[in-house]
Design a protein around this ligand. Structure first.
Ligand code: FES
Length: 88
């Protein structure tokens, strides 16, 4: 199925690009821009972006690597401890 008509990108192209990026870097954060670049293309009108993202989310390699999932919690805890330090 064609996802991006401007650049003639199919759902298979997106899946292959994601699989390739995940295989080459297990910690990579994969974005639509990176998928376009991996395919040697760039977005034009942006009209496909919601379908593009939905297609990306279906890929099992789109999960955030487990070692990166706690980063937000860690940053929040660090900010809280910094505020506590400033008040005292
Ligand atoms: S349809 Fe994808 S950039 Fe236009």
């Amino acid at each position: 199925m064609i996802v991006c008509h401007c650049m003639n990108i199919t759902d298979k192209d997106i899946d292959n690009a994601i699989d390739w990026m995940r295989a080459s870097d297990t910690r990579a954060l994969i974005t639509p821009g990176k998928v376009y670049r991996a395919l040697g293309k760039s977005a034009d009108c942006g009209g496909c972006m919601s379908l593009f993202l939905a297609t990306m989310r279906k890929n099992e390699n789109m999960e955030v690597p487990i070692e990166l999932r706690t980063l937000r919690d860690t940053r929040i805890k660090e900010k809280r401890s910094c505020k506590a330090t400033k008040k005292s």
